[in-house]
Design a protein around this ligand. Structure first.
Ligand SMILES: [Zn+2]
Length: 414
């Protein structure tokens, strides 16, 4: 437990040390009159970090000063920060998740609403919870019910009509630092087929990219992470929890604020216990590429899963692969994001339009083109393959079209 740079944050002691760069400036920070709250403020992050390193017991926050990204930095105890924060009418504050300071498990989720009307928020959040549960299960080797206390999470929302934006914080799961928190998440993403449920479409130039709804860039050094009740400067879109803010609630949502006795600490070595749960090798190798933030030439996301990132389309395909006698099912589906194609491998149902009957043993494939919103059948029979047979395309149902409006409205929306 001594890896936790102890958050003996309550009851800070300055021990007589005041770095030259520090100036105590409480009046400026309290527009509504003087208070006893102690706070130091700095014009630059580097000066603030230097002071913070020498002043254990004080925490670092930043505040937007304008909408161009100018910020200043505040160093205060959690109690003093609360005194300042609660009195502010316009809140534009961030917690600085310092390098080498232990932090809770947290996620930053975002996507463009118009391009992802097929996504069900509740399922997305459920998938995050499942992912975390899988990880904890493998690391702690405990039964489900014993994991429950750690799986409780707080969902902070600042979504708008245009943008889905949520922060999820797991107050009882802690890592030695932000980088290791990020490693836990990327390891899980590479080892689980739940990852395919966390994909969203992102407009980029003239095509749609498939990306993770989880922003992995937040696990970088000294990250500023917006806090409960705060908006970016110039926006009125505060992070909310649907209940009145109290100091206790704020602290629970702060990524670096916790009591060591209340949490479970996961260190870097334990992350090594996470293993691929199922046959998700292909998914993993491709995701590795996107997890490293490199642009791939032929971007596609493949999976051996029976479901694609588009559950409504899966459902529709299931409805067309059957007749009175035979009921087919999806063996697997692969999503090619570069061409926006879904390739469904079908089992049991083998009706081929070329021969007008079922093949005896060869499987059929159904291709869905999301850019044209059509689907057609191909098959694995050698004769059909020889002429690269594809059935006449048919439109996807009107309802799906409305759900998507992908290719048209989104491409232009950014
Ligand atoms: Zn055929």
């Amino acid at each position: 437990m001594n890896t936790i740079p102890t958050c003996s944050f309550y009851g800070n002691s300055l021990k007589g040390y005041i770095p030259p760069a520090l100036r105590q400036d409480t009046r400026k920070l309290n527009h509504q009159g003087p208070s006893k709250a102690k706070c130091f403020h700095f014009p630059t992050q580097s000066a603030a970090l230097e002071a913070a390193a020498k002043l254990p017991g004080l925490e670092l926050f930043s505040e937007d000063l304008d909408s161009s990204g100018t910020r200043h930095y505040l160093l205060a105890s959690y109690n003093d920060f609360w005194e300042i924060y609660r009195k502010r009418t316009n809140k534009h504050f961030y917690e600085v998740i310092r390098e080498n300071v232990s932090c809770k498990l947290y996620f930053d989720l975002e996507y463009v609403q118009a391009c992802n009307t097929h996504i069900q928020e509740s399922l997305l959040l459920e998938s995050i919870a499942k992912l975390v549960k899988e990880g904890l299960k493998q690391i702690l080797k405990r039964k489900d019910y014993a994991l429950l206390p750690y799986l409780r999470c707080l969902v902070l929302d600042s979504s708008s009509k245009e943008k889905f934006s949520k922060h999820i914080v797991f107050p009882k799961i802690v890592f030695p630092n932000n980088r290791i928190a990020g490693k836990f998440i990327s390891t899980l993403l590479q080892c689980s087929d739940i990852t395919s449920q966390l994909l969203v479409l992102k407009p980029s130039r003239d095509e749609m990219q498939t990306v993770l709804a989880i922003d992995l860039s937040v696990y970088s050094r000294n990250r500023c992470f917006r806090i409960l009740g705060s908006s970016k400067f110039g926006e009125n879109r505060p992070l909310t929890l649907g209940q009145q803010m109290t100091q206790r609630l704020l602290n629970e949502t702060l990524v670096c604020c916790f009591h060591p006795d209340d949490v479970i600490l996961i260190d870097e070595a334990q992350i090594g216990y996470i293993q691929p749960l199922n046959d998700s090798f292909e998914l993993s190798s491709i995701l590795k590429t996107s997890l490293l933030h490199t642009k791939h030439n032929d971007p596609f996301v493949a999976s051996h899963s029976k479901s694609s990132p588009f559950p409504q389309v899966d459902k529709f395909i299931e409805s067309v692969i059957g007749d009175g006698q035979v009921k087919g099912s999806i063996r697997n589906v692969v999503f090619f994001s570069s061409s926006l194609k879904l390739v469904y491998n079908i089992q049991k149902y083998r009706y081929c339009h070329r021969i007008g009957r079922h093949h005896k043993s060869n499987h059929i494939v159904i291709i869905v083109e999301l850019n044209t919103m059509c689907y057609y059948q191909k098959c694995l029979d050698p004769e059909c393959r020889a002429i690269d047979y594809r059935s006449p395309p048919r439109p996807l149902p009107e309802q799906l079209l409305q759900d998507f409006n992908l290719a048209t409205s989104c491409k232009d929306s950014k």
